[in-house]
Design a binder for this molecule. Structure first.
Ligand SMILES: Cc1cc2nc3c(=O)[nH]c(=O)nc-3n(C[C@H](O)[C@H](O)[C@H](O)COP(=O)(O)OP(=O)(O)OC[C@H]3O[C@@H](n4cnc5c(N)ncnc54)[C@H](O)[C@@H]3O)c2cc1C
Length: 402
């Protein structure tokens, strides 16, 4: 008998697992709350060799979708390049990955405007309640519904996203505004309690090249509320949607960019369009499955962005889940095995990202305690490095990992 899966969330992890199961003969339906096709999440995604290889097995050629950076460069406050590492890395826009995955999945099984409200159990089947009225039964439910997962509530209420102690400003500039020498570089600057990086990205299916800017700044928890109020005065629980950023906050950010950052970065930020801000959160759910319900990608665990592992983790979670379902006929057992395996993996990368992020946190690194030169090299080398994220957290700079 054909097995059936309901996937909640039609973003990157939802589409990866949907494609994998569909190709194995499952009847798959994806339910996405947004009423329109998704766009522009995470801007530029840094790719790792393992990710490129795994996507190629799904028939997606990542090098065709992105652009290469050749070096990692650190610029000083007075705008001098004072160190660099040869480190070729492919960067692909979030949009290009999403479109490639969407193209491979039958549209009639991808349902927009469907919000999951609840999950209930019915003997051998599990039921998803959508838009308050529709009941969909299937053999399993996969929560690919991101950091604020509703599906996660069925598994546990114990874990909630935790604020990392800093916010991130994100902005995109035109590549023409970037000097030629920096166009193919991954450029960094950092100071106590802040870090900025920039790299080129291709957008809109290769039609234009842009430059992606990511600026982390430590903000105390009691000051955070200001960053959760949008331009209409509405307070949001986690973050303000990009198109609703408060203009006073943007003006304040531009002012600090002009006084705190090297000219290379402050100049690009001043020319960028529609910068937006979000608090940085992470989460590691205690377990990723119960019965016939399972979590993948950001719904299961989110590492802070410093390890650049969001899409890679989503991909590896989905491949691991698919493999278990292929090998183990008992669905509950397959999900439980998957959960144990991928929890170990997520624990490692969440801790690696906390370690790298600790150099920004105020409680870990006070304003009077300037970053040492070797600390800067350590961060530049290990940011978005796959081996660092999965393998080792160097004990060269031991820090508490929270
Ligand atoms: C600043 C920043 C930089 C990043 N840089 C990188 C990088 O360099 N490399 C990298 O790999 N990753 C990066 N990421 C992370 C990456 O974008 C995500 O990890 C990745 O998109 C996987 O997400 P996901 O599909 O699991 O969840 P999401 O993309 O969050 O998707 C969840 C989906 O579920 C839907 N949904 C939610 N609730 C419901 C519901 N109740 N019913 C129906 N649908 C629902 C949502 O609308 C959404 O479409 C970055 C993220 C940030 C913030």
């Amino acid at each position: 008998m054909t097995k059936t899966a309901s996937i909640v969330g039609g973003s990157i992890s939802g589409l990866i697992i949907a494609n994998l199961l569909f190709r194995s003969g499952w009847k798959v339906n994806v339910f996405e709350q947004s009423s329109r096709q998704l766009s522009d999440r995470g801007a530029g995604i840094v790719c790792h060799p393992k990710m490129i290889k795994t996507f190629s097995k799904l028939g997606i050629n990542m090098p065709e979708l992105g652009t290469w950076v050749e070096k990692r460069v650190y610029v000083s406050r007075d705008n001098e390049t004072n160190r660099y590492f040869e480190y070729p890395q492919l960067v692909v826009s979030w949009n290009n990955i999403y479109s490639a995955l969407l193209d491979k999945f039958p549209r009639e099984h991808y349902h927009l405007g469907k919000t999951l409200n609840d999950v209930t159990t019915q003997s051998n089947h599990i039921r998803a309640v959508l838009n308050d009225t529709e009941n969909i039964e299937s053999d399993l439910i996969i929560g690919a519904d991101g950091i604020r997962s509703r599906v996660r509530n069925y598994i546990t209420h114990a874990n909630q996203p935790e604020y990392a102690g800093y916010i991130v400003w994100r902005a995109v500039s035109n590549l023409e505004d970037v000097s030629d020498i920096r166009k193919k570089q991954f450029t960094f600057y950092m100071d106590s309690n802040q870090q900025i990086l920039g790299y080129p990205i291709q957008r809109n299916n290769m039609q234009s090249e842009r430059y992606n800017l990511v600026w982390y700044k430590a903000i105390d928890q009691d000051e955070l509320d200001r960053f959760l109020v949008d331009k209409y005065g509405k307070k949001h629980d986690f973050s303000v949607p990009p198109n609703r950023t408060n203009s006073n906050l943007i003006a304040e950010m531009l002012e600090s960019a002009s006084t705190e950052l090297p000219h290379f970065f402050s100049n690009l930020i001043s020319k960028s369009k529609a910068p937006f801000v979000s608090p940085v959160y992470d989460i590691l759910t205690d377990r990723f499955s119960t019965g016939r319900v399972v979590l993948v990608g950001d719904a299961a665990a989110v590492a802070r962005p410093h390890v650049g592992m969001g899409v890679t983790k989503a991909l590896l979670d989905c491949v691991a889940l698919h493999n278990k379902l292929e090998k183990i006929s008992n669905i509950e057992e397959a999900l439980s095995d998957y959960s144990i395996q991928q929890h170990r993996f997520a624990d490692q990368i969440v801790n690696a990202s906390r370690h790298l992020g600790s150099f920004i946190q105020k409680d870990q690194h006070s304003l009077n305690n300037e970053l040492k030169s070797e600390e800067i090299s350590y961060i530049v080398e290990n940011t978005a490095d796959y081996e660092f994220a999965i393998d080792k957290i160097s004990d060269y700079y031991p820090r508490n990992s929270s």
